[in-house]
Write a protein that binds this ligand. Structure first.
Ligand SMILES: [Zn+2]
Length: 248
């Protein structure tokens, strides 16, 4: 089976089972919608506002610059906009983001195309097309040379970790770190982003995807997971899922 066939198969596995985790997981519901809490009314036309991103920050390649497609709000697994009656819809956070986020979740892409841009397009095609989500699952992606790319708007709930998307910010390093060692420049770029996010979003914890979903994924691979102590030290965050609390 080729990699593309494997990805397609994973996408097909998502059919009829609701959601699957990013990075090759095959779980059921990725959103933490099973938790009861006061529904927050959302405008059906709400779009995230870029003004929520503080300045100054690290240099980030905007979606438009890498040629991302717009979110697909007719997506079969993340269709429409979040509401009490559509808890799996596109959720634009209406609270200040430091009140929303507490945990940074580290991922790898598990595959590479010929360059970063091609890999980014393949990820969006996989998530937005075959997995049936509205957009790229992750909020930020790190290229092989440490370049930081914008993924899903950080003002919107991600689709990157099953059962804990609401309140986790997703960062994906491009590469397969179950097999390869991550390039040092990429690690340095990731740390630059993580330090900024930890400070801005007032995070408390950092975790790997498999810390949350170890039953369905090895993401981000042993070779990247080995850097978690370094990430934690640089950001002054605690490793693990214990800090995860969905926003009220
Ligand atoms: Zn992952």
């Amino acid at each position: 089976m080729t990699r593309r066939d494997a990805l397609l198969a994973l996408g097909l596995l998502g059919l009829g089972t609701g959601m699957m985790g990013a990075c090759g997981g095959t779980g059921l519901l990725i959103f933490s919608q099973q938790r009861k809490r006061t529904p927050v009314p959302a405008s059906p036309t709400a779009e995230p506002t870029k003004t929520m991103t503080p300045q100054p920050g690290p240099q980030i390649v905007a979606r438009e610059a890498w040629g991302a497609l717009a979110p697909d709000h007719s997506a079969r697994n993340e269709g429409g906009f979040y509401s009490a009656t559509n808890p799996g819809g596109w959720r634009v956070y209406d609270q200040p983001l430091p009140e929303v986020y507490n945990t940074l979740v580290v991922h790898h892409s598990a595959f590479l195309e010929e360059n970063d841009r091609a890999t980014l397009h393949e990820i969006q095609d996989l998530h937005r097309g075959r997995n049936g989500w509205a957009d790229v699952a992750y909020h930020y992606l790190i290229g092989r040379d440490g370049t930081i790319y914008e993924g899903r708007d950080v003002g919107v709930r991600g689709a990157h970790v099953e059962g804990a998307n609401t309140g986790t910010v997703g960062v994906c390093l491009l590469g397969n770190y179950a097999v390869d060692p991550p390039p040092m420049r990429q690690i340095e770029g990731a740390i630059t982003l993580m330090v900024w996010l930890a400070d801005w979003l007032q995070l408390t914890h950092i975790a790997t995807h498999r810390d949350f979903n170890g039953d369905i994924t090895e993401c981000p691979g042993d070779n990247l997971a080995a850097y978690m102590p370094r990430f934690a030290a640089a950001t002054n965050l605690t490793i693990g899922t214990e800090g995860y609390v969905p926003p009220s």
